[in-house]
Design a protein. Structure first.
Lengths: 81, 232
């Protein structure tokens, strides 16, 4: 059982790194990109015996307590078997 | 009176803090390894600058789980003094001892220079030897010093006098060019509601001798010493 956790800056928080990446992408000639935001991606290997609901609960807790800072970031959990 | 300087893997301003306490404050001070769980011998704990845990995940995020942090929370809850500088400020925010977060500098640069900060509240245990409106020259050295919090928190900070230092120009004026990292409301340092926990991005411990370009940092340590004397 694997949990995928995506951590992104809240929409209201400026992302200067994303802006710099966006600028570089434009320099490559991609003119149709309106915005790029940078985030973090985590893969958590969980005990295969866990149910999907249990796996989700663990991953959500880990995301909330460690992986994301709720002051500035949101997170999203996906469970893949 | 006894000071402690917490050392995490990756702390690198621990010796600066130790030096200032022993030489300029003139009080006993110990290094405290981050695995320590008993802080009962101390009156004030300094959380020094550096790159605890290599700044992995987020600056200060992993230091929060060190064993010493549980003891530090109890220590702070008792009203004893906790002073976080630079990475120490980031750790205190991540640990929830101070509100808000320190984000990547708006221009993405690592900034290493002297800046000016204005004392916004002269009635805290860290600023009693200064006064509101006084401009201090202190060095900054960070890549994640861009203070952020939500609007409700900002209003609370303002109303409770928890904004202790703001970046300013040499005349004490606030403007975009005197804000080195894009910090919300030019915030350079804040304290908790009770005033015993302070976090700031600039390094007062690197500004305690003329040779280093400024000794404005001494007032902060002098204030803290006075507050400890009054509390002991």
């Amino acid at each position: 059982m694997k949990a995928k956790v995506y951590v992104t800056l809240k929409p209201s928080v400026l992302d200067p790194q994303g802006k710099a990446i966006h600028h570089s992408v434009e320099l490559l000639g991609y003119q149709s990109i309106s915005d790029i935001r940078q985030g973090k991606y985590f893969e958590i290997a969980l005990d295969p015996a866990l149910s999907e609901a249990e796996a989700r609960q663990s991953a959500e807790q880990i995301a909330k307590d460690v992986l994301a800072n709720p002051v500035i970031e949101d997170y999203r959990v996906e469970i893949a078997s | 009176m006894k000071f402690g300087v917490v050392v995490f893997p990756g702390s690198n301003c621990d010796h600066d803090a130790y030096h200032v306490v022993s030489k300029h404050v003139g009080q006993p001070v110990d290094f405290i390894w981050h695995k320590e769980t008993d802080l009962s011998a101390y009156d004030a704990i300094l959380i020094p600058g550096g790159f605890s845990y290599g700044d992995y995940l987020r600056a200060g995020a992993l230091a929060r789980f060190s064993p010493v942090m549980t003891a530090l929370k109890d220590f702070a809850a008792k009203g004893k003094f906790v002073f976080g500088i630079c990475n120490g400020f980031q750790i205190l925010c991540e640990a929830g001892l101070l509100p808000g977060a320190l984000m990547r500098n708006a221009d993405l640069h690592f900034i290493c220079k002297h800046v000016h900060v204005r004392v916004e509240n002269g009635d805290t245990p860290y600023t009693s030897e200064s006064e509101k409106g006084r401009v201090l020259s202190l060095p900054v050295a960070h890549a994640e010093g861009n203070y952020f919090c939500d609007e409700v928190t900002l209003n609370d900070l303002e109303e409770n006098g928890q904004i202790v230092f703001r970046y300013c120009d040499p005349d004490g004026e606030l403007n975009a060019s005197s804000n080195p990292n894009g910090a919300l409301s030019s915030i350079a340092g804040i304290c908790n509601k009770e005033g015993n926990v302070l976090g700031m991005m600039p390094h007062p411990e690197r500004a305690c001798e003329e040779l280093l370009g400024s000794n404005d940092g001494r007032d902060i340590f002098r204030s803290l010493t006075k507050a400890i004397e009054a509390a002991v």
